[in-house]
Design a protein around this ligand. Structure first.
Ligand code: HH2
Length: 339
């Protein structure tokens, strides 16, 4: 497929003539690196891009669960698990989970992502009933407590998604990109809810051995385009699909860097883009932070770089720190909130 990586300025205050908006938002580009199969990449003026690519890059994205996507939205992570790599065991008690969810909402989260199964490298699969028992009561309790924020269920399983949606969740986040459970796409389609389609290879237990890519950016983009086509064939509306390159899922540290550096390429698919890098291993590797709990500063830096490349959703553990950093980036780069 043809792909183009818009070259985004760090100072986006004044668009020059001929600039196109990125995804209908405040960022813009007037040049892009165009990759056509069989030819070397070349930088072209935005006006010289093939019309379908121009349209995909520039068109506004549909709102997600009522949230406009003309600015980066913060998805706060809540893992109701004993073994998640960063917050495992802290929120297994439903009361602790509810308190953490409310704290993230107060800190400025736009969406909460609730998961009952760790998908860290090497993790074993959790039984369906156990995953439901961990997540559905927490979602129910949050709704009973009056929390109105959109809630996403982080699961690979149709039955878990069904229970979460019945309990009050609004969207589904599947790290397997609708490949793990053949029934999940149908559940999403029938419910008419948004879904995050993430890229990975293999399973959390096997993925670390599947990092053989000739061109990680192009291959992940093509694989995501294939999964989006499958989702649409299963009846999921195009304006309900979010894509995610899956940082750390069947990727080496260097491949994670390449994906984040070239992140804007994924706007070629014409869909909202989610970046999930928070506290992951590569942040420890490049930031000299062996303990996941000490990776907040590097995670915030990566979130800002993701926002600069137009990622519409940032999936993070540290909501307040990320919100503050993004607010400063918006003030500096876009003049947002200037008096
Ligand atoms: N990463 C994790 C889990 N779910 N979903 C999306 N869409 N994108 C991601 O990058 C992503 C995700 C892994 O992180 P975490 O939830 O913190 O850990 P664990 O899987 O150990 O629970």
């Amino acid at each position: 497929m043809d792909l183009a990586r818009p070259l985004l300025p760090t100072d986006a205050l004044t668009p020059p003539p001929g600039a196109l908006p990125l995804a209908g938002g405040p960022l813009w580009f007037d040049r892009a690196e165009l990759t056509v199969p069989g030819a070397a990449p070349r930088v072209v003026a935005a006006a010289d891009l093939p019309a379908p690519l121009r349209q995909a890059l520039a068109a506004p994205r549909a709102p997600l669960c009522g949230l406009t996507l003309d600015r980066p939205r913060i998805m706060g992570i809540l893992n109701v698990t004993p073994d998640s790599f960063s917050d495992g065991g802290r929120f297994l008690d439903p009361a602790a989970a509810v308190a953490q969810a409310r704290a993230m909402a107060a800190a400025g989260a736009d969406i909460l992502d609730i998961g009952g199964e760790s998908t860290r490298p090497g993790a074993a699969e959790v039984g369906t009933q156990q995953e439901i028992d961990r997540t559905a009561p927490v979602i129910e309790a949050l709704r009973a407590a009056g929390l109105t924020l959109p809630i996403s269920i982080d699961t690979r399983k149709a039955a878990v998604a069904r229970a979460a949606l019945a309990a009050g969740a609004d969207m589904v986040n599947d790290v397997s990109g609708l490949t793990h459970d053949p029934d999940l796409a149908g559940v999403v389609a029938r419910a008419g809810v948004p879904v995050v389609v993430m890229h990975m290879r293999g399973t959390p237990a096997t993925m670390t051995a599947q990092t053989d890519y000739a061109d990680v950016l192009a291959e992940v983009a093509q694989a995501l385009a294939d999964r989006v086509a499958a989702a649409r064939a299963a009846g999921i509306a195009a304006d309900r699909i979010v894509i995610d390159p899956g940082i750390g899922f069947a990727k080496t540290g260097a491949q994670n860097l390449a994906l984040i550096r070239g992140l804007a390429l994924f706007h070629s698919l014409g869909l909202p883009l989610l970046l999930g890098a928070s506290r992951k291993r590569f942040i420890g590797t490049y930031g000299g932070a062996p303990d996941p709990a000490g990776r907040m500063p590097g995670s915030v830096a990566v979130a800002v770089l993701g926002a600069q490349q137009g990622a519409q959703i940032l999936r993070v553990h540290d909501v307040e720190e990320t919100r503050q950093a993004i607010a400063l980036w918006r003030a500096l780069a876009l003049g947002d909130g200037e008096e």
